[in-house]
Design a protein around this ligand. Sequence first.
Ligand code: ADP
Ligand code: ZN
Length: 526
Amino acid sequence: MRLTDARRRVLDYLAAVEPRGTAELAREAGVSAAVIRGMADLGLLLSVAIPAAEPFQPPDPSHPGPQLSADQEAAAAMLRQAVARREFSVTLLDGVTGSGKTEVYLEAIAQALREGRQALVLLPEIALSSQWLSRFERRFGVAPAVWHSDLTSRVRRTTWRAVAEGRAPVVVGARSALFLPFPDLGCVVIDEEHETAFKQDEGIVYHARDMAVVRARFCAAPAILVSATPSLESVANVEAGRYGHLHLPTRHGGAVLPRIEAIDLREDAPERGHFLAPKLIAAIRDTIGRGEQAMLFLNRRGYAPLTLCRRCGHRMQCPNCTAWLVEHRARRELRCHHCGHAVPIPDKCPACEAVQSLTAVGPGVERITEEAGELFPSARRLVMASDTMPGPHAAAEAARAIEAREVDLIIGTQIVAKGWHFPFLTLVGVVDADLGLAGGDLRAAERTVQLLHQVAGRAGRAEAPGLVLLQTFSPEHPVMQALIGGDLAAFMTSEAAVRRPGHWPPYGRRMCWPAISAWRPRGRRA
Ligand code: ADP
Ligand code: ZN
């Protein structure tokens, strides 16, 4: 049996999505329906019944929810009032990781339901939100309507219609849910409002957070921005008095915030060709030994970010971009993370033709997983990266396995930073805390603080206290100091002070002008 290109496209497409009807599958994979039928006849595809789209059950605002703490209740009361006023307002709900922000804003949604209005919740990664969905169900008795780009066209149609007819009281979705035709929206929530995933850079450029605020204004409804690490934009709006501010200072149920420490890689150096410092290795061993879970975070997919010829120094680079090609050892290829260009790993250097001279430089999660396998052979390991865990089912299954303590060590990219609640996870090791600081991005420091604080916030969310170890070459850097000291507000204030005088965002806008060298008056040649 031959796996033709067309058949392979169908299988590749199906690997990342839920089952599809024949016509839609053919269209999405760019093959004819005959190819699909042929594959079914050969047993390459199984036919399964796709459940009829369920009518949306109305969430019940008086379904008994959890008992809120005094702080939570105070914040929830303010939000309920904002919804009941039926006026536009914006509130920043800022609370430490694990403070129960979700339980609080679910109360605003309950109020919208009591008012007979609809509610919209935007999440940055809807595919990673199985835990969020079960919490919603626990609070309201039924699941909400879900909206993202991976829905079948049939579900998309029924959901769109249900929203338009007011039959879907609550929608949770990706940023595109902003464009659904709600007739009577009573509250808009943007969870993890600092997330860059909310910004759309291609096609029509917009920021979902800003659009959500506009949308709320049109509907005379409150917008609620939620984060443990609010964006500088939102902090500036609070300072200017444009946004209200609610703060949850402590973790729920007596859990304490994790202790954060730096490991100075200049002093506590990993073994040659390895990337985990002795101190981090010892901490992982202790944690697993106590029957708790540990997590290693490195925001880089693949095996190694650079492949270099040991003889001539040639670096494997993408022919289309200026980026280095990232080695993906399991797939035996070098891949550009910008444009997707991929080539098999060559057996000799393309420049000097030396054989077996190409060597991997630096780590990606694949390489860290290999190192962890040598160090902790009996630990049950789980890799969470977008290329090893495509689609909502894989993410939900990973979350289930971790909650059920079938995993000792989690190794992942930024997927692991998302709002997960893993009660037995007590150690987080950041393999390269300096990674996001390179490059000239104006927001590099702000983003690094936000991302690392989010990752750190996964540790110690239940009874056992958490520890976070940051591997860095510059423990004295303001970003590391802010994380270790836990004073993010002070860090944001000093970031703001740097940007304000020059009218850098959010205190001004950057505009694009043609670079002088590239721009010449028409008709003249240099
Ligand atoms: P955050 O979003 O602020 O990081 P979460 O909303 O995820 O925090 O809450 C952390 C954990 O505590 C969740 O498992 C949540 O269900 C639980 N929790 C929060 N508030 C309460 C409460 N009042 N009663 C019971 N459980 C709560
Ligand atoms: Zn490229």
